[in-house]
Design a protein around this ligand. Structure first.
Ligand code: PRP
Length: 185
């Protein structure tokens, strides 16, 4: 285990099983639809690549970049969006069935901003698939349509999730030792 990790929350095996189940649900729901998975970079990158391989109906992929945390452990609340949708998909998303793919739904500020932006592009439908939902009382009312895991407290990293851009490559999800971010914040 990485020395900055206090505890492993979800192992590679647990993750593999949940992602497989989620992919199966999406496959069943989207047969004969125009499915486009939209990954929100950078955190979703590992989940997106595993999820798309767990889906056995036709789908396309696209990406956009959203950031709000910078090098902090709390959201700045200000979402910076970089629109790479058209470039990454190579066509309009009007009329398509979109699933926004996210690593973690925390305050929901990111997904709310992204969903508002995508709505303007006239897709047929928009749903949300998050790898993890943090169960907190939030001001933004946004319920994911698909999710793999719930968490409560602790700053988590791994499986795409970072602290100051590190730890995204860990194949499991772990709680970061508090002294790592109390020293550097
Ligand atoms: C993280 C994560 C989600 C968002 C979730 O992104 O990847 O996009 O925060 O938090 P929220 O629900 O409170 O908005 P971050 O801004 O850290 O960028 P990253 O994806 O590049 O890590």
């Amino acid at each position: 285990m990485n020395s900055s990790i206090e505890k492993i929350l979800f192992t590679e095996e647990e993750i593999r099983e949940k992602v497989k189940q989620t992919g199966k649900k999406i496959s069943n729901d989207y047969r004969d639809k125009n499915l486009v998975l939209v990954g929100i970079l950078k955190g979703s990158v590992i989940f997106m690549s595993d999820l798309m391989r767990a889906i056995d109906t036709d789908c396309k992929i696209a990406f956009l970049t959203a950031k709000s945390y910078g090098n902090s452990t709390v959201s700045s609340g200000k979402i910076e969006l970089e629109d790479t949708l058209k470039d990454s998909l190579g066509e309009d998303i009007a009329g398509k069935d979109i699933i926004l793919v996210e690593d973690i739904l925390d305050t929901a500020a990111t997904l709310y901003a992204v969903r508002e932006k995508i709505k303007e592009l006239n897709p047929s439908s928009i749903r949300i698939c998050t790898f993890i939902e943090r169960n907190i009382k939030r001001n933004i009312n946004l319920i994911p349509d698909y999710k793999c895991f719930d968490i409560q407290d602790g700053f988590i990293v791994g499986y795409g999730m970072d602290y100051a851009q590190n730890y995204r490559n860990l194949p499991y999800v772990g709680i970061l030792k508090p002294e790592i971010y109390t020293i550097t914040n």
